[in-house]
Design a binder for this molecule. Structure first.
Ligand code: PMT
Length: 417
């Protein structure tokens, strides 16, 4: 996915940007990142690991940033160098982020200046991983990346392409201009949803058959939670209406727990008149047993006959009855499709956008193990009033970020009307 254009009103001038460089061949590309931000008038501070200095000399970064480069915990003259460096940072960029750097960040290890700074810093953190494909795909790295995303770290890349080993594959660090654009977006994102009320539904509904059995699905809540996390990071006031989930819910949001489609409908409709944005990422059962029996069905009684009836279609109701929502609010639905082809996904998204009366539909492929229900990644297109964007296969956090970016633009346009 491309990093997209930065919001036009974002300025790097006067911002304190920490660039933390770990030891990978891609360190040479970070020179351009540092120079770009320095040229925009940012106060750029570079922290390097020892191994990073095998790839680029500290003098190069010092000359380009106009500031001394920090490499050691002791002997710099500062009393507590990691705290001094981290304090007041507006943005932290970790590039290249090696597998080792990612693992240390995920575990909170602070055994050198680089890792101690990253444990101390409170600014938004952008991570540009760079490693060989096998390391990127290893379950340990996948787990570490998931942990960092849960902590609110934003990923830039990696992309697929030529690697230092001579191979080609996933793990190549994003290009410098992509990192700079993501940095500018992160600088601009701090406030852009301030005062905006966002409601996100997440997880799956469970429609009871008897006291212990239900009709349900495998939604983990990951997608909805990622959207809630991203919106909250951009200062929105977020409510999550969650069905059954297995993922960890975000902090700093209101969490309303429901079980069935009817309960989800009631919780959403109650809050809809106050919400500027409603995102329906939950997997709502389309059908429920006509009647839930009060006592557990006995095996000895033989296979039960269960009559299913439709559940209320919450998205369609919100889309067809504008009076239920705040004026000029934005309605976003998801479409779960077993369709990997982005062109066809786009057509299905457009079709659902029209039939449900939504402003935006995110159509995701739920037919493969790396996308949709329970997966860490998602293959999706976003269809809105301004056309269809193929986001590709990305982490759910990256999809959430692309979606919130689209929502932010739509909000700005509607406010101008
Ligand atoms: O939770 P994860 O494990 O991360 O998985 C994420 C996800 C695959 C569940 C998510 O990305 C997703 O696709 N959510 C929508 C699933 C779904 O119900 O799709 P649908 O095509 O059946 O429904 C279309 C839209 O209508 C959805 O926004 C849904 O929330 C809404 N709907 C559906 C039925 C219903 N009775 N009421 C609704 O509001």
């Amino acid at each position: 996915m491309g990093a997209g254009a930065p919001p036009p009103d974002v300025k790097a001038q006067g911002k304190k940007i920490l660039v933390c460089v770990s030891g990978g061949i891609a360190a040479f590309k970070v020179v351009v990142v540092v120079r770009s931000f320095a040229e925009m008038g940012a106060d750029v501070r570079v922290v390097m690991t020892r191994s990073a200095q095998h790839f680029v000399g500290a003098q190069t970064f010092a000359a380009l940033s106009g500031n001394p480069v920090s490499t050691e915990m002791f002997g710099s003259g500062a009393d507590v160098p990691h705290v001094e460096l981290a304090r007041g940072a507006d943005l932290t960029i970790v590039a290249p982020a090696t597998a080792n750097a990612v693992a240390k960040m995920a575990l909170g290890i602070a055994d050198d200046l680089f890792s101690a700074v990253l444990l101390t810093v409170r600014s938004p953190v952008l991570l540009a991983p760079a490693m060989h494909t096998e390391m990127w795909e290893h379950p340990a790295t996948r787990g570490n990346i998931a942990t960092l995303e849960k902590h609110g770290v934003t990923l830039v890349g990696p992309s697929e392409g030529a690697l230092s080993s001579g191979d080609s594959g996933a793990g190549r660090m994003s290009e410098p201009d992509e990192i700079v654009r993501a940095g500018l977006r992160a600088l601009g994102r701090a406030e852009d949803l301030a005062g905006v009320r966002v409601l996100v539904t997440a997880g799956g509904t469970q429609e009871p058959i008897d006291p212990v059995r239900f009709v349900g699905n495998r939604s983990s809540g990951r997608m909805g939670f990622a959207i809630a996390r991203e919106a909250a990071a951009r200062r929105a006031k977020v409510t999550v209406v969650a069905g059954a989930t297995s993922a960890e819910p975000p902090s700093g949001v209101e969490l309303v727990q429901v079980a069935t489609a009817d309960e989800m409908r009631a919780a959403v409709l109650e809050r809809a008149p106050e919400c500027d944005v409603i995102v329906k990422a939950a997997a709502v059962a389309d059908f429920k047993p006509e009647e839930a029996v009060e006592r557990k069905l006995k095996k000895a009684s033989g296979p039960p006959e269960i009559t299913l009836v439709p559940t209320p279609d919450i998205l369609a109701e919100l889309g067809s009855r504008p009076g239920l929502r705040k004026a000029r609010s934005i309605l976003i639905g998801f479409a779960a499709e077993t369709e990997p082809d982005p062109g066809r996904l786009g057509l299905l998204a457009e079709e659902k956008r029209r039939s449900k009366g939504a402003d935006v539909i995110v159509a995701n492929d739920v037919g493969s193990s790396d996308s949709g229900f329970g997966a860490a990644t998602n293959r999706a297109v976003i269809a809105g009033p301004d056309g269809v964007t193929d986001v590709g296969l990305v982490t759910k956090m990256a999809l959430a970020s692309a979606l919130i970016e689209r929502i932010s633009q739509l909000l700005k346009e509607r406010r101008k009307l």
